[in-house]
Design a protein around this ligand. Structure first.
Ligand SMILES: Nc1nc2c(ncn2[C@@H]2O[C@H](COP(=O)(O)OP(=O)(O)OP(=O)(O)O)[C@@H](O)[C@H]2O)c(=O)[nH]1
Ligand SMILES: [Mg+2]
Length: 481
């Protein structure tokens, strides 16, 4: 090697290490959404497309992703994740389920998980393009339950204020089985008296059951505290053994607050409420949320429509709750707590392969309408907000059938555990927030399709998607130029 090239390589590697250390070479991409929104399927599909597209020599399966279209993608590999204490995202297990004997969706997940990919690419232009023929972007993908974001408002409320606020949930809680027992038990108790641990645990369990039934069985979305739905390691711990006193008026609660002894039910509930905020809610924002660079929020509008009007309204409100966490420009107390740095926020209507092609733009309009209803988008400062409708793993086929001399769009897929394929017209997606008459007509049923039998035992499963390339260009395009 000549002296010149030695010198040049020295300069080059020095510069490379400087650039490597800059923020541009590393992205923490967080994926969230309420229970069942499609987070696990989304990450599985996205990672699959990334790993797969790097092996394609001919046409890219991600044509709208510039780095792939321009054939600058050199390789994508999984690397060791940076946070050793966070469970790894189970990508291989998810792929194994999709290609099992009877293909099925990956199982529901309960906790935060993470995975790191290294995207090797050829820079296109600019200083980096001139200096290097190869560059690397480290992409950390983090999956966490959206319910965790719904706990944020608790940080602004003390226990009494929170109990009063939870009274607005009585209409929904009272529809759940077990509500009568819960409320009667609370009415019998003197909350100023000495706490009996067994009673406290019993009533807390009843409250947790009300929340889980409302979400898992009756299609509601909001539940506080959010960890009661997905307790993970906290199951049964004092941090999750408490409940709101929704049967007491404000003066009654204030009187309790001033006279209750330290060992009373009231004081212990208050203490546990505070401990939950300090030991569960705040650490999430401090240790995780604060470090995210970009955020995807998945929204399953179709299931919410299936559930009905009150559930759909609940989902819109829950979305507003989720948006709260991103309004850092205005909420200074939040800024002090975790000074977030998210610069792109993407709301995604998921599972759009469940509807006919002509309805997909309606789905996007509907999501936009739900978000503008919350009137919070305008107050998100310093962060680019975008919306899209996608399918991370397309398991249906779209086609046309003749019906009374007209061509009608249909969706074909497997709707149950058998291998039968059905051809369905799922119905129309409303273009705007549905009005009362829409719910009376009920002209739709959006099915949960199963992965096709053709996935079974596939050696090299090649998944299809809808618009993941467009999504990748939005989320990563600027980092791969
Ligand atoms: N047709 C279709 N269905 C999807 C797609 N993504 C998710 N689904 C369906 O939605 C269900 C839930 O998806 P998950 O990925 O498990 O959702 P999640 O947000 O991770 O759910 P939790 O872990 O329970 O919070 C799946 O079991 C599928 O039935 C998609 O792209 N197309
Ligand atoms: Mg999941």
């Amino acid at each position: 090697m000549s002296l010149f090239s030695k010198q040049f390589n020295k300069v080059k590697s020095k510069t490379e290490s400087v650039i490597n250390r800059s923020a541009d070479r590393h992205i923490r991409l967080a994926i969230t959404g309420l229970s069942g929104a499609g987070k696990t399927a989304f990450i599985t599909g996205l990672v699959h497309q990334l790993l797969f597209s790097a092996t394609k020599t001919k046409d890219s399966n991600l044509p709208l992703w510039h780095v792939a279209r321009e054939k600058r993608l050199l390789g994508v590999v999984r690397e060791q994740q940076p946070d050793l204490a966070i469970p790894s995202f189970a990508h291989n297990a998810a792929m194994a389920q999709l290609s099992s004997e009877l293909p099925r969706w990956p199982e529901s997940t309960r906790n935060i998980s993470e995975l790191r990919l290294a995207i090797h690419f050829r820079p296109q232009s600019g200083v980096r393009g001139k200096l290097f023929d190869k560059s690397k972007l480290l992409l950390d993908i983090i999956d966490y339950p959206g319910e965790w974001l719904l706990d944020l408002p608790l940080l602004k409320l003390n226990f009494v204020e929170w109990c009063i606020e939870q009274q607005s949930r009585i209409a929904i809680l009272s529809q759940q089985t077990g509500y009568k027992t819960f409320i009667e038990e609370m009415q019998k108790l003197d909350f100023a008296s000495e706490m009996d641990l067994l009673v406290l645990e019993r009533v807390a369990k009843q409250y947790q059951n009300l929340l889980t039934t409302s979400v898992n069985e009756n299609g509601y979305y909001q539940a506080q505290p959010g960890r009661m739905l997905l307790p993970g390691d906290l199951e049964g711990s004092p941090l999750l053994t408490w409940f709101p006193l929704i049967h007491l008026s404000k003066p009654e609660l204030e009187a309790l607050s001033s006279r209750a002894e330290d060992n009373s039910y009231f004081s212990i509930l208050k203490q546990r409420y505070k401990a939950y905020l300090d030991e569960v809610v705040k650490p999430f924002y401090r240790d995780h949320f604060r470090h995210f660079d970009r955020q995807v929020v998945l929204v399953d509008c179709l299931s919410a429509l299936n559930h009905g009007q009150t559930q759909f309204t609940d989902m819109t409100q829950a979305l507003s709750g989720v948006l709260n966490s991103f309004q850092f420009g205005q909420t200074n107390w939040l800024n002090r707590l975790f000074a977030p740095k998210i610069d792109k926020l993407l709301f995604v209507a998921s599972k759009c392969d469940q509807i006919t092609r002509d309805q997909q733009s309606n789905l996007l309009y509907l999501l936009n309408d739900m978000l503008s209803e919350t009137q919070q988008l305008a107050s998100i400062k310093g962060c680019d907000v975008e919306t899209m409708a996608i399918s991370a793993i397309k398991v249906t086929r779209h086609g046309l059938v003749k019906h009374q001399d007209q061509e009608v769009e249909v969706v074909e897929g497997r709707v149950d555990e058998t291998s039968d394929v059905l051809r369905i017209f799922p119905g129309e997606v409303p273009r705007t927030l549905p009005q009362a008459d829409f719910w009376q007509k009920q002209g739709f049923q959006f099915n949960n399709f199963q992965p096709p039998i053709s996935f079974a035992n596939a050696q090299k499963l090649q998944l299809e998607h809808i618009r993941l390339d467009h999504l990748l260009q939005y989320l990563l395009g600027d980092k791969l130029d």
